[in-house]
Write a protein that binds this ligand. Sequence first.
Ligand code: NAI
Length: 334
Amino acid sequence: MAHHITLIPGDGIGPEVANATVRAIEATGVPFVWDRVDAGVAAQLATGQYLPEAVFESLAKTRVGLKGPVGTPIGTGHSSVNVALRKRLNLFVNFRPVRMLPALKSRFADLPIDLVIFRENTEDLYSGIEHEVVTDVVESLKIITRVASERIAKAAFEYSVREHRKKVVAIHKANIMKMSDGLFLRCCREIAAGFPEIEYSELIVDNACMQLVMRPETFDVLVLPNLYGDIVSDLCAGLVGGLGIVPGANLGDTCAVFEAVHGSAPDIAGKGIANPTALMQSARLMLSHLGERDAAMRLQRAIELVYSERKHLTGDVGGTASTDQFTQAVIDRL
Ligand code: NAI
């Protein structure tokens, strides 16, 4: 039976990498029915809304989405489409596995980097609660709750047990934000106590950044509040070849939306040179989520083969291929 998926191509390079990804996962032979809906600038132009109700109606039916990046207007008062989507669908886990692809030219290429980020996805400074106290003095509220902290910690530990991971590190700044990050940390400790087989430790976020750059291969599973998770995700993407590589998934109890870590890359949009690997790898996570483990593995192997051969790579990872040429190479290997 075909899988019904909500496809949100997004803005900038979104439609380019989304089309490439659809071609690649269809080439696995798994049947899909795509319900295409727009969000972001494309939707705003067509409907006057950045996040039309049609997106939620579609996801209520399919419960699984594949999403390209969506541009967020900066400094205009519009709230982020991504934050709104994640909050309204209660996609509380942002899951980002970071692994070195074969033959990739990165300063860290010799290191066996294989870490997984669990970023809390619904609160923290992304609550979007800001106000001007008096003229030229603005306050942004950082919200940390027990419910959200416990469920992200639980997701990280349960994943670690399921996938035979050994260590979870909670990343925080509780030395300064004693109450908010203090609560996050307390929740992580309490959940950790229920998983004695997993080694648990804590790192202050600035130290964590240094350690990630100096000894990335020693990290296993990372659990972080929203803002640190956002920043550390890009840092980790940089370790393994950049934003064109790293996949992601937004997971809730009833719905899942798969999307890359990167944004709409307006600097290269429309040029046909974007690297679709990150969204293809997100689609690989989606295939596993749908129970299509064999197709997921074949897609992963095809991507890895293309990287090993180094003949059809896009510019961001040292090649000269276009989005289409890379995609065709993956399809040929499949
Ligand atoms: P960005 O991730 O779009 O781009 C950062 C740099 O990485 C750029 O030089 C870009 O060319 C490069 N890059 C990103 N993805 C690439 C790919 N697949 N292939 C080759 N190069 C790639 O970050 P930026 O410029 O900060 O954000 C642009 C817009 O994207 C903003 O409106 C932002 O709000 C939005 N954004 C959306 C996200 C989402 O929808 N999940 C996530 C992050 C940002």
